[in-house]
Design a protein around this ligand. Structure first.
Ligand code: ADP
Ligand code: MG
Length: 437
């Protein structure tokens, strides 16, 4: 046996048998090309390459060092040395940029629980009686809670009945508007939006402070409503809370029915995961489904990311998905999400949003608005980065970790009691994650 294989045998002692059989056994040591300070292994595919690099390369290097008393660089590569980046395909891709509806956004694929029961019932009823019951229907709630899905579920029903459905985001609506203004074809724009049977507009909060488009939107709205055509709108918050909206629009939005969606309870999350598995033909044990449901807080979109990763890995590596494997993938997913995020970025975004200086957040300043900003920044750092409480205490100039845990508890209480505050924190977190990616 050559040294390369021997090292792998030693590694077997340190990891579980299933891990060994899955990944390590597949490695082939290149006796010819390896040198005293570089060990070269070949893996069967790019996924194994990445997996080994992330999880085992360090251990292998350590074992080499113990054996040879020399630092050895471990190179894991494909036989032909091609790109080793792992690329996972999204299981579900929502078509954006045109008014196509995603056919998998159906009522039968939508799991109902206490958190979304009201919104679901409202959408369901208007899908049966468009334009009569609630017009407009306004759905609001946090990110990834199923607003777009629900709205499109109604859209799919209408479309199957042969109705002309337009689904668009405010952004697309605005771009379309600008294009028609530029081409001097406004009549076509107006005709398009006023002659449809159903208008679905997603993410209405982006109308905020855009006067020109609000004016145009108002007339579209009036024309459709006057003709008894159903309008469905979504936003991340209640119409009252969307700043920078013309009064007349705000009152129109509230005129029909306003329904909220809350984060799903554990049971609903489990049902959603099971449904997504069924749709995407992923087989997971009950134990794994429960595990994912407890780890993912609320954003259902994250669940899909995890399932698609699990699916891709298991397919490419020809293995069944077990709990250990799932934990690893989830750990990777969380790390990936947070990798680029620093406390500096978070502090900067929070400071800018609350109109103070970043340095004030980290200062000993005790004025009310500084303390408020500091608490928020600490909370978000705790949520989105891997810094420990003592590290946070040091960065924010707090006494010790108990001061940090005290702050976090305060913010958690506020989030529970105050809807506005929850929205604020969510918005900031979104801003931060987009700023860092
Ligand atoms: P939002 O528009 O509220 O940000 P989406 O409608 O885009 O969220 O939902 C994000 C993902 O989660 C979608 O793939 C959607 O199918 C899924 N999802 C959300 N809620 C549910 C649910 N109750 N049942 C099934 N899938 C859901
Ligand atoms: Mg959406």
């Amino acid at each position: 046996m050559n040294i390369g294989q021997e090292i792998l045998k030693n590694l077997k002692e340190e990891i579980t048998e299933s891990e060994y059989n899955r990944y390590i056994k597949k490695l082939v040591y290149d006796v010819k090309k390896s040198t005293a300070d570089e060990a070269i292994y070949y893996a069967p595919n790019a996924l194994v390459v990445n997996w080994i690099k992330n999880k085992y390369a360090e251990k292998i290097a350590h074992l080499f060092e113990v054996q040879t008393h020399q630092k050895v660089n471990i190179k894991i590569t494909l036989k032909n040395g091609v790109d080793t980046q792992v690329k996972t395909k999204k299981v579900v891709e929502v078509k954006q940029g045109n008014s196509l509806l995603n056919p998998s956004h159906s009522f039968s694929n939508f799991m109902v629980g206490g958190s979304n029961q009201f919104a679901h019932a409202a959408v369901k009823s208007i899908s049966e009686k468009p334009g009569i019951l609630y017009n407009p229907l306004f759905i609001y709630g946090g990110v990834g809670l199923g607003k777009t899905h629900l709205m499109q579920a109604a859209g799919n029903v209408y479309q199957n009945e042969g109705k002309i459905v337009i689904y668009t985001t405010v952004e697309q609506f605005l771009n379309d508007f600008i294009r028609h203004v530029r081409n001097k074809t406004m009549e076509r724009f107006q005709k398009k939006y006023r002659e449809c049977d159903v208008l679905l507009i997603d993410d209405i909060q982006f109308l905020s402070n855009k006067e020109g488009i609000q004016e145009e939107f108002f007339h579209t709205f009036e024309a459709l409503k006057g003709a008894g055509k159903q309008i469905i709108l979504t936003a991340d918050k209640h119409p009252k809370k969307i700043g920078g909206l013309e009064k007349r629009l705000q009152s129109r939005f509230e005129h029909g029915l306003v329904a909220d969606i809350q984060p799903p309870e554990l049971e609903t999350k489990i049902a959603i995961i099971e449904k997504k598995c069924e749709i995407n033909k992923v087989v997971l044990s009950k134990e794994i489904v429960n595990y994912i449901a407890t780890v993912i807080e609320s954003n259902v979109r994250e669940i899909e990311g995890i399932l698609s990763k699990l699916h891709a890995y298991s397919q490419l590596m020809h293995i069944d998905i077990d709990l250990e494997f799932t934990k690893n993938v989830l750990k990777d997913q969380m790390a990936e999400k947070r990798e680029n995020l620093t406390m500096d970025t978070i502090t900067k975004v929070v400071a800018k949003d609350l109109n103070i200086k970043p340095s004030e957040i980290c200062s000993k300043g005790r004025s009310k608005n500084i303390v408020y900003a500091r608490r928020i920044a600490i909370y978000i750092c705790r949520e989105l980065t891997q810094n420990t409480m003592p590290q946070l205490a040091q960065y924010f100039g707090m006494k010790d970790h108990t001061a940090i845990s005290h702050t976090i508890k305060k913010i958690n209480d506020l989030i529970k009691d105050d809807e506005d505050f929850r929205v604020k924190i969510e918005e900031l977190s979104n801003k931060i994650t987009t700023a860092s990616s």
